[in-house]
Design a protein around this ligand. Structure first.
Ligand code: PMV
Length: 347
């Protein structure tokens, strides 16, 4: 990595926003250096974002101060420091900079929505923006995705507009384990405006961190079957996106959510992240789909919250279903209306 000269009066402010994303085919299981054991496919979200504002100036040594929503947050500052130290060869210019970062999320603080994808991708875009101001070179989105991946695997997908594929598969030319690629061009119009209504079942912190969960796949007796399934599902999902095959899309998305949680339940030690309410919602969604023919399916992240995915034209019907059949039955259920959106951008 070439060293970059920092002018003494170098300073500025930059603000980046980066969204969360929801995996359709799940990344669960990894190898060094943070490479996936199978390809994953995601929708980039629009409403659930991190907005990160950074003040930077030349300094005789690196320093970082970090606040979350205006308040000091040493735990997150430490996570950023560890990432920067581990990859100091990629960001040599940081040696001569002082950074003051304030980060905030557009989604409620304790909503159980993982913020590592949005926050770590916003951080990487910020650093590459500062580098680009020093070198005059444009930000390379592949490099951004690759560095975001090193910070948090799923963050690699958040820099990409609308739909991302991370991981090598012969179903898509140019796919790579190193970075995510944009696949939204291949998808039929119905998927370009897909909705994601996020049902917040619980806002508790995750019982198991995703890094522990990934590691437990190393000794999971079903791991090779799972990786094989995920590879096939990635290929079939890409075809379903191309062919506007909603039935196939829903089958794969739900199977992926179930397999992700099945892997957790048969890890050693096992863990259960779904709640009774999660199961109740899943059953209700299946009944509703059969009764009405509305093409709505569910997926889960590494937690109890349920994402309902469906075409935009069914927004009114699904909203009514959420209000009349889910909110009335499930205590203190909250929801966030989200949809397919663009990747990281400068504010
Ligand atoms: O990016 P990580 O290490 O937090 O892992 C994310 C794993 C899942 O959210 C469960 C699945 C995925 O592909 O996003």
């Amino acid at each position: 990595m070439k060293n970059i000269n920092i002018p003494e009066d170098f300073h500025g402010v930059c603000t980046w926003q980066s969204p969360s994303n929801i995996a359709l085919v799940k990344y669960w299981g990894k190898r060094l250096p943070q490479l996936p054991m199978n390809p994953s496919v995601s929708f980039t979200l629009s409403e659930c974002r991190t907005v990160m504002r950074t003040i930077f100036e030349a300094s005789d040594r690196f320093s970082l101060s970090f606040t979350f929503e205006g308040k000091p947050n040493e735990a997150f500052a430490e996570k950023i420091r560890r990432f920067l130290v581990a990859h100091s060869d990629v960001f040599p210019f940081l040696d001569g900079l002082s950074l003051s970062i304030d980060s905030r999320n557009t989604f409620p603080h304790s909503s159980g929505i993982a913020s590592s994808a949005s926050s770590m991708s916003a951080l990487v875009m910020t650093l590459l923006d500062i580098e680009s101001r020093l070198t005059g070179e444009e930000i390379d989105i592949r490099k951004a995705s690759c560095l975001a991946r090193l910070a948090s695997g799923s963050a690699s997908r958040s820099v990409i507009n609308k739909m991302a594929l991370w991981g090598k598969t012969d179903a898509f030319d140019g796919s790579s384990d190193e970075y995510a690629v944009d696949i939204h061009d291949i998808a039929a119009p119905v998927f370009q405006t897909f909705r994601d209504s996020i049902l917040i079942v619980s806002n508790e912190n995750k019982a198991v961190s995703s890094s522990v969960g990934h590691r437990l796949m190393d000794d999971n007796p079903y791991a090779s079957v799972r990786y094989n399934e995920a590879n096939n599902n990635a290929k079939r999902l890409i075809d379903a996106l191309k062919n506007a095959d909603l039935q196939c899309f829903m089958d794969i998305v739900e199977a992926e959510a179930m397999q992700l949680h099945a892997m957790m339940m048969c890890s050693k030690p096992s863990f259960v992240l779904v709640k009774p309410e999660t199961i109740a919602i899943i059953n209700k969604v299946k009944q509703y789909r059969v009764a009405t023919g509305v093409p709505v399916c569910f997926t889960l992240d590494a937690g109890p919250n349920v994402h309902l995915l469906y075409p935009d034209e069914h927004y009114a019907a699904v909203s009514r279903f959420i209000e009349t059949e889910l909110m009335t039955e499930i205590n203190s259920l909250k929801h966030i209306d989200d949809k397919v959106g663009n990747g990281a951008s400068r504010v």
